[in-house]
Each structure stands twice: as structure tokens, then as C-alpha cells.
Design a protein around this ligand. Structure first.
Ligand code: NDP
Length: 287
């Protein structure tokens, strides 16, 4: 069904979202702080709005994709009357920020959905893109078909902060992997080994190791950390070899030193026979 949608924020991601909505046949109104960025969207059929309030007034569904949630707060103050509208905030932010924005939206009589985009702009509307949503479930059901223009839609719950939590948790896994991959490249480069060629070994290795994630997850869920695969004692004993090699080869160990400290703490607290899954318990601190 064709509907009216406004998009606030036409950076790389906001422009991709607006383009996807236009391609899906919707009536799209766009606003961006720097007006020049509206040009390519207007050329595709979008209507330009001079202010956030003008954009919000044009549609019952308002998609916001700005740099940070602090920015969203600033723009929120200028939206005017949003009673009965649905605000979908796809800006990267924290669960706490999402809850604050949901409360503000409710104060203004608006429905609020928070979202976490699991895609880069070039993937939007493609088969592998999807977005986590949380917040007002009724609003989600009402607008789900329209939001599907961006890719898959994954509902995570009525706590507005839930989508951001899923988003940040997936990105946490990604950054952990990136840190390891970059450290490995830095290490092999010290012996003039091509990083690109080394990636032919690294990718299948990391992929094979990632296959143990469900088993680790089960251990974390059940609290059964005893292992016959690779104990914390073995890992702790081997880990100084990494930091020593980094230093010997002229690579900074700064990203790995904290992991040594965590392994040391695990042993000191009596978890020598447990597997690496135990570390998730040690990482959990009181809120
Ligand atoms: P860009 O830097 O390309 O765009 C940022 C947007 O925010 C621009 O529209 C910019 O306006 C606007 N903006 C910044 N500060 C202000 C302000 N004070 N007031 C009003 N508008 C402001 O970023 P992206 O489009 O790449 O990212 C947007 C969001 O999407 C981020 O939260 C990002 O984390 C998230 N995201 C991005 C992905 C990506 O791969 N790019 C992937 C998944 C999520 P102006 O043009 O005037 O500067």
C-alpha cells in the first residue's frame, strides 16, 4: 500500500532509506540540515521540506536517521505537533537513549519505534539487509509493510531499548572480530607477509572458530562451563606468548593486554578448569 513517509536526515544511510521508500512507490518528504543533500532525492521524486516540522507535518510516518541520538533530541524539539504520528528512529544509539526518546514521544502524543539497521547503505532494500525494531507494537504492525522497503523487519519487543541492545550486541561481535583480524594483519606484516594473502588462511580459521558460538552460548545460559576442549588454565598459560610476540615483532599489544588481565582474574577466582565461556560471567558487573 502506498503511504506518505517523511525522512529526516539524508546522510549516507538516510539517503539510502529515502531512495528505498521512493522505489517502493511511497510519497516521500525529505529534510536535511544541509539542504544541498535533498537534491538527489528530489530528482527521484521526493518533496523537499524546509524544516523538520514541515517534514513531520507531511506524513503520519516519520523516519529519523541522524548522526547520534543527541542530535535526534535536538531535532525533536523542533518537530512541532506530532500527535498521533509514528516516529521511527533508526539512528544508532543506546538502549537508555531509546527509552528517553520513547518517553518524550509519548509526552507529545506520538508513537515511537526505535530501530537498529543491520546493513550498510549499499545493502538497503537488498536481500541481506534487515532492521531490528522495538517500542510501540501496534505502530510496528501498522507500518511494518512500509518499513519492509528497507529490507527485513525483526521485532525485538516492547521495551524501546531492545532494538539498540540487539544492534550493539551484534556490532560488539563484529568489532571483536575486526580487532583480532587487524592485530593478525599487523603481526604478519612485520615479516612482509601480504595481509591479503594471509586472509585466505584467516577467514576459514575465524569462521571455523565461530562455529563454537552456540556451544559457548549454551554454557553461558546453563552456567555449565566445565570443558574438555580448551581450559582457561591452558589459555592463560599460552596468552603471554601473544603479548611477548607482539612486543618482539614491534606490534602494540594494547588491544590484547586487557584480555590477559581477564584470564588472570579467572584463574585467581578458581575457574582454571572452565572453558572460555566462563569469561562472560566475569564480564558481568552490577548495574
Ligand atoms: P552521515 O554522517 O552520512 O549523516 C549524518 C546525518 O546526520 C546527516 O544528515 C547530517 O546532516 C545529520 N546531522 C548531524 N548532526 C546534525 C545536527 N546537529 N542536526 C541535524 N542533523 C545533523 O551518517 P550515516 O547516514 O552513515 O549514519 C546515520 C546513522 O545511521 C548513524 O547513527 C549511523 O550509526 C547509522 N548507521 C549507519 C550505517 C552506515 O553504514 N552508514 C549502518 C548502520 C547504521 P548534514 O548533512 O547537515 O551534516
Amino acid at each position: 500500500m502506498t503511504t506518505h513517509v517523511s525522512v529526516l536526515g539524508l546522510g549516507m544511510m538516510g539517503s539510502a532509506l529515502a531512495t528505498a521508500l521512493l522505489k517502493a512507490g511511497h510519497h516521500v518528504t525529505v529534510w536535511n540540515r544541509s539542504p544541498a543533500r535533498t537534491g538527489p532525492l528530489v530528482a527521484q521524486g521526493a518533496l523537499p521540506a524546509g524544516t523538520p516540522a514541515e517534514a513531520a507535518a507531511a506524513s503520519p510516518l516519520v523516519v529519523v536517521c541522524l548522526l547520534t541520538d543527541d542530535t535526534v533530541h535536538e531535532v525533536f524539539d523542533t518537530l512541532g505537533d506530532v500527535t498521533g504520528k509514528t516516529l521511527v528512529n533508526l539512528t544508532n544509539g543506546t538502549p537508555a537513549q531509546a527509552r528517553e526518546l520513547a518517553a518524550r514521544a509519548a509526552d507529545h502524543g506520538a508513537h515511537y519505534l526505535d530501530g537498529g539497521i543491520m546493513a550498510v547503505p549499499q545493502m538497503i532494500a537488498g536481500p541481506h539487509a534487515y532492521v531490528f525494531y522495538s517500542g510501540d507494537e501496534q505502530a510496528y504492525e501498522t507500518h511494518r509493510a512500509t518499513l519492509a522497503a528497507f529490507g527485513g523487519t525483526k521485532w525485538t519487543g516492547t521495551d524501546p531499548g531492545r532494538a539498540a541492545l540487539y544492534d550493539l550486541a551484534l556490532l560488539t561481535g563484529m568489532y571483536g572480530m575486526v580487532v583480532g583480524v587487524l592485530q593478525a594483519f599487523a603481526l604478519v606484516r612485520t615479516e612482509h607477509i601480504s595481509a591479503e594473502e594471509f586472509s585466505e588462511l584467516l577467514v576459514p580459521w575465524v569462521t571455523a572458530m565461530l562455529a563454537s558460538a552456540p556451544e559457548m552460548g549454551r554454557a553461558i545460559d546453563t552456567g555449565q562451563h566445565l570443558t574438555d576442549v580448551s581450559s582457561l588454565a591452558v589459555n592463560q598459560a599460552a596468552f603471554p606468548n601473544f603479548t611477548a610476540t607482539f612486543r618482539d615483532q614491534g606490534v602494540s599489544p594494547e588491544l590484547f593486554v586487557p584480555f590477559q588481565a581477564l584470564l588472570d582474574r579467572a584463574i585467581a577466582e578458581g575457574h582454571a578448569a572452565d572453558g572460555l565461556s566462563r569469561l562472560a560471567d566475569l564480564l558481568t558487573v552490577e548495574r
